[in-house]
Design a protein around this ligand. Sequence first.
Ligand code: 87F
Length: 507
Amino acid sequence: MAGKDGKTSATKGKKKEVKKETGLGLSFKKDENFGEWYSEVVVNGEMIEYYDISGCYILRPWAMSIWEIMETFFDAEIKKMKIKNCYFPLFVSSGVLQKEKDHIEGFAPEVAWVTKSGESELEMPIAIRPTSETVMYPYFSKWIRGHRDLPLRLNQWCNVVRWEFSNPTPFIRSREFLWQEGHTAFATKEEADTEVLEILELYRRIYEEFLAVPVIKGKKSEHEKFAGGLYTTTVEAFVPNTGRGVQGATSHCLGQNFAKMFEINFENEKGEKCMVWQNSWAYTTRTIGVMVMVHGDDKGLVLPPKVASVQVIVIPVPYKDANTQGIFDACAATVKTLNEAGFRAEADYRDNYSPGWKYSHWEMKGVPLRIEIGPKDLANNQVRAVRRDNSAKSDIPMAGLVEGVKETLDNIQQSLFDVAKQKRDACIQVVNTWDEFAEALGQKKMILAPWCDEEEVEKDVKARTKGEMGAAKSLCTPFDQPELPEGTLCFASGKPAKKWTYWGRSY
Ligand code: 87F
């Protein structure tokens, strides 16, 4: 029977069980009901609050701090590449937005418009940027005159709005999201090509080194690339629980398509008029959602130390007749030592919660390492350390605190990546025939298959796999290509295969 809250008595019973212990906990299990688990974990982990407009979410400090850590890294890296930050307006006039008709055509239904101020209709509706090509490129045309104005390399950190209609999901698919968008112009294609890969490598590092999420670098098919560009490169992640690929970030070479449309020309050394070569690239707050999906567990979020705003939570465990002040002082000293060594550590001194409640609370929030200090630890001049990722416990002598914590956090970071990679790799299936492909898709695999690289065949794959779960599509052609033996045939068309490509369902 469904209860007041719409849950069946079975799920309610489960919830009660968890609640009895600590007052915290998740009512859904990651392996049993992934969708509900995800919604619950981002809310209970205090990353997200739902908002009264569908597809819009509040990013709470716990999520925003992760975004800022990635931003600090990426911003410093692009500045080393002489890319400069700027800010263009949020609003786009309809004339400018529609200037590049082909590019906007397919996306038009997702563009949000402002039509009124107060009670009066605007003379012309104004669009809210879904991306900034059409906003920026008229000014590229104005600012670029001669070869000395090149390269022009700009980036902006901002929000964009895309009025999506399908299944909004916090971080993964929201109607407003945060991103950086880079837009650059060069005199030569070679320079543009080089930058595409340099940026893609930074995206790989964000996923693998910061979020501990393995990704595959590759090229999008003609069908899946950004239609306005020349070619699209991507880092593709995979969520084993749902068997879906996720486009993690993209770095496009736009070629000269936009230069032609927006008349972005320059005079070269010989005084000849030339068109620039352009790139654009972006990563978004989706990164955070992928991280949650990959590492989270039945106790809540699991944050990699490199992006956790609290890496170590110190919890006093006083006993009735023990030296409570001594324990609190040891906690404060521990936090101070760790902060001075550069770790993000905090203590939870709240006296209205029990240590057990605090353990669950910080586990839910995914703090990588918990330090407990009780009477025994105080007497032995040590702390008890408990890892979030695998629950392993160890005693660290106070004298070796900094070294011990450093080693443990490094180990957690590496281990999260290794475990995620192992799970991802276990989901990769190499197939050669349609039957093998269909079977692997049914098993939620990420499929590596030899392909003839024809757009019609990809459309056909989509059509043949259409169903409740969504169609399969090409995810990317990995740069790292296995050997393709002479005479290998396409899994879908039976024609000679040209390359190995990853396929699967995706977000
Ligand atoms: C939605 C509405 C209008 C994606 C849209 O990937 C336009 C668009 O152009 C649109 N959704 N796109 C493609 C964005 C391409 C490109 N823009 C700069 C990027 C990286 C950053």
